[in-house]
Ligand binder design. Structure first.
Ligand SMILES: NC(=O)c1ccc[n+]([C@@H]2O[C@H](COP(=O)([O-])OP(=O)(O)OC[C@H]3O[C@@H](n4cnc5c(N)ncnc54)[C@H](O)[C@@H]3O)[C@@H](O)[C@H]2O)c1
Length: 220
C-alpha cells in the first residue's frame, strides 16, 4: 500500500485504534462499522472515518472495516511487525518494573539487558534479563543490535548517558527521566511523564468537585 503523509495527531491516536482492533479480533469480530467502533471507543464516527481514511480503501460502504486488515496495517505502520531490541539504563524501581512487564515482548519489544552504575546490582537478573555495569554497555549495544534505549535513571545523568547511547548508534530513546534531551537529527525521543498524567486526572477531579459544589449551592 502506498502511504501518504499522516498527521502527527492521527499517529498519536493509532496505538489506541490498534488496541481496540486487537480486542475485537480476540473476540472473533471480523468486520466493524465506524458507528460501532465509535460507540466502543467513545470517539465520533466522523473522526474515525477521517482517521482511517488516511490509509485508503479500508472502509467499504455497508460492509464496515475489515478488522484484521486494519489491525495488520496499523501494526505495520507502527513498526510492530518487526522485533525491536531494547535496553534499560537505570535498574532501580522503575527500570526493574518495566523489565518485569512481559507484555512488551508480545508487541515485539525485547528487553535484552539492563545497565546500572551500582555495582551491587551487577550480576543480578530481572525475569532472566541480566543487569550489567555501564562499562559493558557499548559492546553490548554493538553486538546485540539494540534499537531502543530506555532511560530510567536520575535526570542529572540522563543527558550524559543519552549522548553516549547516541554515539554508540542508538537512534530511539524512551525517556522516563524528568529532563528534556537535546538530540541531533535522526534521533528520536519519546518522553513519558506519569506525573503529567496524574495531574490531568487531578485537574478533572478538581473541576468536577468545583462544579458539584456550585451545583449544590444552586439547589439551596
Ligand atoms: N517519567 C515518569 O513517569 C517517572 C516515574 C517514576 C520515576 N521517574 C524517574 O525515573 C528515574 C528512576 O526512578 P526510580 O524510582 O527507578 O529510581 P531508583 O533510584 O530506584 O533507580 C535509579 C537507578 O539508576 C541508577 N543510576 C544512577 N545514575 C546512573 C548512571 N549514570 N548510569 C546508570 N545508572 C544510573 C541507580 O543506581 C539506580 O539503580 C528517576 O529519575 C525518577 O524521577 C520517572
Amino acid at each position: 500500500m502506498e502511504e501518504k503523509e499522516i498527521s502527527k495527531a492521527v499517529i498519536r491516536r493509532l496505538p489506541r485504534y490498534y488496541r481496540y482492533l486487537g480486542e475485537l479480533m480476540e473476540s472473533g469480530v471480523e468486520r466493524i462499522s465506524s458507528n460501532e467502533l465509535s460507540e466502543r471507543m467513545r470517539v465520533t464516527a466522523s473522526q474515525i472515518r477521517q482517521d482511517l481514511n488516511n490509509f485508503g480503501g479500508f472502509g467499504q460502504q455497508g460492509y464496515g472495516y475489515n478488522v484484521k486488515y486494519l489491525y495488520d496495517e496499523i501494526g505495520r505502520l507502527l513498526g510492530l511487525d518487526k522485533k525491536h531490541n531494547v535496553i534499560i539504563i537505570g535498574g532501580g524501581n522503575l527500570g526493574q518494573a518495566l523489565a518485569n512487564y512481559p507484555a512488551f515482548e508480545k508487541r515485539g519489544f525485547i528487553v535484552k539487558g539492563i545497565f546500572d552504575i551500582n555495582p551491587k546490582l551487577s550480576g543480578r537478573t530481572v525475569r532472566g534479563i541480566p543487569i550489567m555495569p555501564m562499562e559493558q554497555m557499548e559492546e553490548f549495544i554493538r553486538e546485540n543490535d539494540i534499537q531502543i534505549a530506555t532511560l530510567t535513571l536520575p535526570k542529572t545523568s540522563a543527558t550524559e548517558v543519552a549522548d553516549q547511547l547516541i554515539s554508540y548508534g542508538v537512534r530511539a530513546i524512551w525517556n522516563f527521566a524528568h529532563t528534556d534531551l537535546n538530540v541531533p537529527e535522526g534521533v528520536m525521543v519519546e518522553n513519558v511523564h506519569l506525573s503529567e498524567s496524574i495531574m490531568r486526572l487531578s485537574y478533572n477531579l478538581t473541576r468536577y468537585e468545583e462544579e458539584h459544589k456550585s451545583g449544590k449551592k444552586e439547589k439551596k
